[in-house]
Design a protein around this ligand. Structure first.
Ligand code: F0G
Length: 452
């Protein structure tokens, strides 16, 4: 019989100890941090699921490549290797390195958008939205309707509502829409993939109106693997070929290499348009650096060049997606409400359904995140009423899984902690704010628990 156990497709050469704390210690630490996990030192965290960004473990090949890093200011061979690696997968004419994803976004919107413009996206990530709004444009989210119902099962819940896109263009006129974006996978919508059919349909609408399509490519390899698993006609294709097909429909992309670049820092902006590329490079020199390094060290470019290819390895993706799904499916089978189906890089707990006795004004997401820390030293992030105020459509707690960092037993531990909290959920208190900043308050807010 064929062996079915999916294993981590690597062995561990260098280890980083993690420290256990006692419940009493955690109680003191979280109180001192104003019940805000951003304000807890990482040494006091056992399993850190705050983000999958910049937290990947690098491979021996990446470390070896870093030693080859050429730190020349201009014309470094490290840039040539980086560009070749990006072009072999993404296929765009121009590759502009940046220090991370949001720098690519800032340059893109500065060059392409002006006040009064509209940028439709399945769902803008916060930095994408902020950079778009900073130039006076409107960031419009038009995911399919299913995306807004946490328990609804859909294989490609990250898809854009193509009919709404066509409506928006008809209503506003193509002149007001300098570009359309697709975020793959849709992070803010639960790490859900976008299908090839959807990419194709979005492109058709864009082409009809002469609007360029850009892809926010952060988790492109995970998206490609979901297409392989779930979309008809792709089962026998490699993730690499699927990725190439996805990008062939686009006119450019923004990328944070801190995700599927398997690097700790870095990003890039791509385009097929010569004039745009020139304007983008001019702006790059102003704030990021010369176009052959763009705010990165030569060694970072090398790490990304190798990481992009490793992220597309099928054995890796199989383990990655299985590990995230294991976490989601195990807790869901015990009744824990999550955004269904499990995403690629994270599991999102539905805090409103988990803690129905806590009104949204008392931050159910914060309450749940604090409890996961108290119970097991796990750090997650609230994506709800604290982050978005009264505009929050859901109160979610994201458990983002760093790449190649935690093993199966770490994930089993996380399952156990969540189930323990689930069993005593009725005793969990709500929270009130005692301090908040005028914007992006979730990073620095201080709270306190209410009596229960
Ligand atoms: N786009 C998406 C979809 C993202 O998830 C992120 C970052 C960015 C753009 C910006 O990239 O951080 O390199 O500037 N997401 C991280 C997260 C921060 O935790 O989800 P960056």
């Amino acid at each position: 019989m064929a062996i079915r156990t999916i294993i981590e497709p690597f062995r561990i050469k260098s280890v980083e100890p993690i420290r256990r704390t006692s419940r009493e210690e955690r109680q003191k630490l979280i109180e001192a941090a104003g019940y805000n996990l951003f304000l807890v030192a990482s040494e006091a965290i056992l399993i850190d699921l705050l983000t999958d960004s910049g937290t990947s473990a690098m491979s021996t090949e990446q470390w070896a490549a870093m030693m080859r890093g050429d730190e020349s200011y201009a014309g470094s061979p490290s840039f040539t290797r980086f560009r070749e690696s990006v072009q072999a997968i993404f296929g765009f004419r121009h590759v502009i390195p940046t220090h991370q994803g949001r720098a690519a976004e800032r340059i893109l919107f500065n060059v392409m958008c002006k006040k009064g413009d509209i940028v439709p996206n399945n769902t803008h990530f916060d930095t994408t939205r902020a950079n778009c709004e900073f130039v006076g444009a409107t960031a419009l989210d038009i995911p399919i309707l299913e995306a807004k119902q946490p328990s609804h099962l859909h294989p490609f819940k990250g898809n854009m509502d193509v009919a709404r896109l066509a409506e928006v263009i008809a209503r506003e006129g193509a002149k007001k829409i300098p570009l359309v974006m697709l975020t793959i996978t849709n992070n803010s919508g639960g790490g859900q993939p976008v299908s090839m059919a959807n990419i194709r349909e979005v492109k058709q609408v864009c082409r009809k109106h002469g609007i360029p399509l850009y892809i926010d490519a952060c988790r492109f390899a995970e998206n490609a693997y979901f297409i392989k698993l779930r979309e008809e006609g792709y089962a026998d294709k490699t993730p690499r070929n699927i990725a190439r097909e996805m990008f062939a429909h686009a006119d450019g992309c923004t990328m944070s290499a801190k995700k599927d670049g398997l690097a700790n820092i870095g990003g890039f902006l791509c385009t097929n348009e010569d004039t745009l590329a020139q304007q983008e490079k001019d702006l790059l020199i102003l704030t990021e650096g010369f176009p052959t390094y763009g705010g990165l060290a030569g060694r970072d470019l090398e790490a990304i060049a190798v990481g992009l290819n490793e992220a597309l390895e099928e054995e890796y993706l199989k383990y990655r997606i299985a590990s995230t799904a294991f976490l989601g499916n195990h807790i869901a089978s015990e009744g824990v409400p999550i955004v269904q189906p499990p995403g690629g890089h994270a599991i999102y707990l539905d805090a409103r359904a988990f803690l129905p006795h806590i009104p949204t004004a008392q931050f159910p997401g914060v309450a749940l995140a604090v409890e996961l820390y108290l119970e097991g030293g796990i750090r997650s992030v609230e994506i709800g009423s604290l982050m978005f105020g009264e505009h929050a459509q859901m109160d979610l707690v994201r458990l983002a899984i760093p790449r190649r960092v935690y093993t199966q037993s770490h994930i089993e531990y996380v399952v156990e902690v969540i189930l323990d909290v689930w069993r005593r959920r009725e005793k969990i208190p709500g929270y009130e704010l005692v301090h908040q900043a005028p914007f992006l308050r979730h990073f620095t807010a201080k709270l306190k628990p209410l009596a229960r």
